[in-house]
Write a protein that binds this ligand. Structure first.
Ligand SMILES: [Mg+2]
Length: 302
């Protein structure tokens, strides 16, 4: 069978604006006489099911193009198991496009052709992902603490805008109660931290473009354990300001540790944000799967 692109398309991404991206991409494929099939997601978790169905098709490498934001990417990655014969491409069409930015895929409707270049030329490389023992997988982060609380707060608002984001931020700066977490990094001693934030990242940006971890590399075999200890409201405000100048890692209550394996056990607050979606997780046993997933990217692995 000739190569075919399986396009997993989230019609709700970018408040429906993703339809324009789909049109633009399909026009490119038509012009090149390239075969494709579009799968539209209809509900939460649907992209995971679609991904499994595509992977289960007859032999050969599957080319899956994700057309949505970070939420759609997260669902698709959770339909994948290491070793499946599949290459993923991303055409960023969502509100949060942190995965695309990590892969240096240009964002914006005017850039669809540039964003599609590596997909059409089939430039492939392998990147890392983070796997949790309970089965969940992430290409961005697992995050306990204030980020998860903000997502929870935002979910209460009917209209989502910059203003509601700042409203949730302000509310959490003053009312978020720091949680306690037992953390074991790479088989070392277990330490208990009282934190505003305790996360494992494999990305520079999170939360729709917030610059958090400059040294994150997507295929270095390590994730970054990022701990921001609680030091009261004033320190919390300074920490948020430091994100704007990309210096949160330099704050006196912040530390970043490169890890391959890490266990985080919440003592007081088990709400965990995974790639932007909230879940209640009593214990996270995470391991980095080095170059465990293939993506369309212009630079091959060294
Ligand atoms: Mg890394």
């Amino acid at each position: 069978m000739a190569d075919i692109y399986h396009i997993i398309y989230n019609p709700y991404a970018n408040r429906g604006g993703s339809a324009h991206y789909l049109d633009a991409f399909c026009t490119l494929l038509d012009a090149k006489n390239t075969a494709y099939k579009v799968y539209e997601t209809a509900r939460r978790g649907h992209a995971t099911e679609i991904t499994r169905d595509i992977i289960a098709l007859a032999d050969g490498t599957k080319y899956i193009v994700i057309m949505g934001g970070d939420g759609t990417v997260h669902e698709v990655v959770n339909g994948y198991r290491q070793g499946d014969n599949v290459v993923f491409g991303i055409l960023p069409a969502g509100t949060g496009n942190d995965v695309a930015s990590m892969l240096k895929v240009p964002v914006g409707l005017e850039n669809v052709e540039a964003a599609a270049a590596n997909i059409l030329e089939k430039n492939i490389r392998q990147v890392d992902f983070i796997a949790a023992e309970h089965g969940m997988q992430s290409v961005l982060f697992f995050s306990y603490g204030i980020a998860a609380a903000m997502i929870l707060e935002m979910a209460k608002y009917k209209k989502k805008s910059k203003i509601s984001y700042y409203r949730a931020l302000l509310k959490n700066i003053f009312s978020f109660e720091a949680g306690e977490y037992d953390v074991t990094a790479d088989g070392g001693d277990t330490r208990r931290y009282k934190v505003d934030f305790c996360a494992v990242h494999n990305c520079i940006h999170a939360g729709g473009g917030m610059h958090l971890i400059s040294e994150a590399v997507m295929d270095d075999g390590f994730a970054e354990l990022f701990i921001v200890e609680n030091r009261g409201h004033f320190r919390r405000i300074l920490n948020f300001i430091s994100i704007l100048s990309k210096k949160v890692h330099l704050q006196p209550n912040a530390q970043i540790i490169k890890v391959k394996n890490v266990t985080i056990t919440p003592v007081t607050n088990n709400l965990c944000c995974v790639d932007g979606e909230n879940h209640y997780i009593d214990q996270l046993k995470l391991s980095v799967r080095h170059r465990g997933i293939s993506v369309f990217h212009k630079t091959p692995n060294a």
